[in-house]
Design a protein around this ligand. Sequence first.
Ligand SMILES: Nc1ncnc2c1ncn2[C@@H]1O[C@H](COP(=O)(O)OP(=O)(O)OP(=O)(O)O)[C@@H](O)[C@H]1O
Ligand SMILES: O=C(O)C1=C[C@@H](O)[C@@H](O)[C@H](O)C1
Ligand SMILES: [Mg+2]
Length: 170
Amino acid sequence: MNRIYMIGFMGCGKSAVGRRLSFLLKLPFYDMDKEIVRQTGKTIPEIFEEHGEEYFRELETKFLQNFKNDHCIISTGGGVTMRKANQKIMRNTGLVLFLDAPFREIWRRIHRDPNRPIVRQSTREEIEELHKARYRDYKQTAHITIRTEFRTLRQITQYAAFQVKRLKGE
Ligand SMILES: Nc1ncnc2c1ncn2[C@@H]1O[C@H](COP(=O)(O)OP(=O)(O)OP(=O)(O)O)[C@@H](O)[C@H]1O
Ligand SMILES: O=C(O)C1=C[C@@H](O)[C@@H](O)[C@H](O)C1
Ligand SMILES: [Mg+2]
């Protein structure tokens, strides 16, 4: 299959870059978190509160297993690489693009957002640890890593499009 997956920590720019890339490459765009909210009829905080994180992780895996569309861009949830099964599905069904943003920038973007259960329940130090702990999985899962510091959304999107075309041999 021929998908493009955007991976990376919360707030790294997956949705913003994914949307722009979808215009540039003329591919439909999907946001995994939004699809899960649509399918369950619950918000992410509600899913975490009512069923716990493991249940949410299971929904993510089910989404990846059952999603049928090809030739599209999928912005994933920040914890999607926690499961090896998810890493495998993504690498086997498309190109995986990791947006590597510095933690202080990520924190600035996410720390006040009430819709992020993991951030709401943790200190800055704990979230920084989580970022560190996940970093290797993002790197290992990705076909393409883009460092976003000092780059505008437009520059990141253009670079992403260039790398995608290069890897597809276009
Ligand atoms: N390189 C950048 N320069 C300036 N602003 C950026 C950049 N990347 C992202 N942003 C802004 O940071 C915010 C978070 O980006 P976005 O929502 O795309 O992240 P995300 O990875 O999809 O986060 P999540 O899915 O966890 O909510 C947005 O307001 C976005 O416009
Ligand atoms: O980093 C995470 O674990 C998460 C990121 C969000 O995209 C959501 O998928 C959810 O809030 C969990
Ligand atoms: Mg997003």
